[in-house]
Design a protein around this ligand. Structure first.
Ligand code: PCA
Length: 212
């Protein structure tokens, strides 16, 4: 049976939870559109996170990889458009490393684009009444690092699709006025993202552009 790899991250930056880890754990072992989901957790550590991701890809030979991460403060589910070849950490990773203005892959391209049907995913989420939008920056911390490492790895695997989706905080992580989403809504959203990714060959041609 075909496999879909979904990764999340361990908590970081002093948080005790990370919704991305909990979504990956919840989806592990599920069947979606005839595919088996493998959920895995990556360390929030530069370098090691990409090494572990590569190990999971070698081991499970997925046809699709969706990496997830927490973007605290965002109000909605945000499929990322682009990964850039830059590490520039505002805070230390979980081993205390804080690279500034470093390339992820020395002679790698400046950026990779997601190969997920990101517009179709956003449209499908809107149809089910969920808040979602395209993000044009995954930041310059470990999430962008893993996203770039993923797309660089998939370059050698034609036909395997991959990309990154950021999710908001859980309600338990925030004070009342800050944005968050319940875990079960986030799990449902990622199930839809998987479904759309395995059933949509060509992405929708509608703008996801923003003026800023
Ligand atoms: N979010 C961080 C790294 C791990 C995570 O879940 C980020 O957005 O870079």
């Amino acid at each position: 049976m075909k496999t879909v790899l979904v990764t999340g991250f361990e908590p970081f930056g002093g948080e005790r939870r990370n919704p991305s880890q909990e979504i990956a754990a919840a989806l592990h072992g599920r069947k979606i559109c005839g595919r088996t989901i493998v959920g895995a957790v990556l360390p929030c550590v530069f370098g090691q996170s990409i090494a572990e991701l590569r190990r999971h890809i070698r081991r499970h030979q997925p046809e699709l990889v969706i990496a997830l991460g927490q973007a605290g403060g965002r109000p909605d589910i945000t499929p990322e458009r682009i990964a850039i070849n830059v590490d520039d950490a505002r805070i230390a990773d979980n081993t205390g490393r804080q690279p500034i203005d470093r390339r992820i892959v020395r002679r790698g391209p400046a950026a990779f684009l997601s190969t997920l049907p990101i517009k179709a995913i956003v449209a499908a989420l809107h149809e089910r009444g969920m808040a979602a939008s395209i993000s044009n920056s995954a930041g310059t911390f470990v999430c962008n690092h893993v996203f770039y490492g993923l797309m660089s790895t998939l370059r050698g695997r034609p036909g395997v699709r991959g990309g990154f989706v950021h999710v908001p905080f859980l309600p338990e992580q925030v004070k009342r006025s800050e944005p968050s989403l319940p875990l079960r809504s986030m799990i449902a959203a990622i199930e839809i993202a998987i479904e759309v990714s395995v059933t949509t060959r060509r992405d929708h041609r509608v703008t996801g552009g923003k003026t800023q």
